[in-house]
Ligand binder design. Structure first.
Ligand code: ADP
Ligand code: MG
Length: 317
């Protein structure tokens, strides 16, 4: 394997509970990086990306609870802050792991902006619930912050934000240069900060979140990755997931993946974006996408665990 993009799921850093403290996040991150260190030892060029759902949720809670004491933070700033904070944590943990194993590689975080279409329908129709649930008494004040707050499936009020389609990574040339020179790059954390391009070419942050699986595949294309590795909290992708008919998959071709996707085996909020990203990756020249858990990651890279998604053989003529 020459170049890999490793996408760490929310669970890779926060663990099973959404309340992971910072020391818990450090401990979990250390565990998650075993397979990354191993790829690094083999001389693989590496980009790491990661989720940020619980961290963004907590940051929003802080904004809401301190709204009468300090100025509010726009989501674009929260996205950027958390890329820095989580990037720092991963840099430090990976640095420690590489040093322990005597691997001489540098690690850096790039705060990443991702261009979205300013006419993306999602921007005028926020559909992604983020952060905690609120009491109805708090709703007017939250709306005063400019937030779209709606009832979420009868469970209480939540903030809804756009989830626009990522088009292009602004820092791609820099990331490419670093990766080609052996630097391990942490980029597009939480999907990156969504930005729109103004008429004069300047960029403006927008309130929204980008799906990290979608951003990962763009990153993978930008660095010509061979491997796209999704580390999440299941060992394998399954058909009929969570039912008595559940069937775990060792390999999956992109054609089969597309068919199962349309049959509803991979839901939009969880496995769906990973499978879509895997298909897109293989179609744009990637060799293999793997979905597995942190615990099985090293075996999965060897081919003895996880689900490998590969391109469908194409007939000639
Ligand atoms: P991440 O933070 O890694 O992106 P997600 O929660 O978005 O994690 O996606 C992983 C989850 O997808 C698993 O925990 C599992 O519950 C769910 N899932 C849904 N459908 C499937 C499936 N067909 N096979 C395996 N897992 C699935
Ligand atoms: Mg997810």
């Amino acid at each position: 394997m020459q170049t890999a993009v490793v996408a760490l799921g929310g669970n890779a850093i926060t663990g099973q509970s959404d309340t992971g403290t910072i020391p818990e996040q450090f401990a979990r991150t250390m565990e998650s990086l075993a397979s990354v260190a191993r790829l690094a030892r083999e001389g693989c060029n590496l980009v790491i990306t990661h989720g940020n759902g619980p961290q963004v949720g907590n940051a929003l809670l802080r904004v809401e609870m301190t709204r009468n004491r300090v100025y509010p933070l726009p989501l674009s700033i929260i996205d950027a802050d958390i890329q820095g904070g989580m990037g720092y944590m991963i840099q430090q943990c990976l640095g420690r792991r590489l040093a322990q194993e005597g691997i001489d590689r540098r690690v850096v975080t790039v705060v990443t902006q991702v261009v979205v279409d300013r006419n993306d329908p999602s921007l005028s129709n926020p559909t992604k619930p983020i952060g905690p649930f609120y009491d109805d008494a708090d709703v007017p004040e939250l709306r005063d912050l400019g937030w779209v707050v709606r009832e979420d499936a009868g469970r209480g009020y939540r903030r809804f934000v756009p989830s626009p389609v990522p088009l292009r990574i602004v820092e791609r040339e820099t990331i490419r240069l670093l990766v080609e020179n052996g630097v391990i790059v942490i980029a597009a954390g939480g999907g990156g900060v969504p930005v729109i391009e103004e008429d004069d070419g300047s960029l403006t942050g927008v309130e929204g979140v980008i799906d990290k699986d979608r951003a990962s595949v763009i990153l993978a294309r930008d660095v010509d990755a061979d491997l796209l590795l999704f580390l999440t909290d299941v060992d394998q992708v399954a058909l009929n997931y969570g039912t008595p008919q559940q069937q775990d998959l060792e390999t999956l071709t992109s054609d089969d993946a597309r068919r199962y996707l349309s049959e509803g085996h991979f839901p939009p909020g969880s496995m769906g974006p990973k499978i879509e990203a895997a298909i897109e990756f293989l179609e744009s020249g990637g060799e293999v996408a793997i979905v597995t858990s942190i615990d099985q990651a090293s075996q999965a890279v060897d081919g003895s665990a996880g689900t490998r998604i590969v391109g469908s053989p194409r007939g000639r003529g």
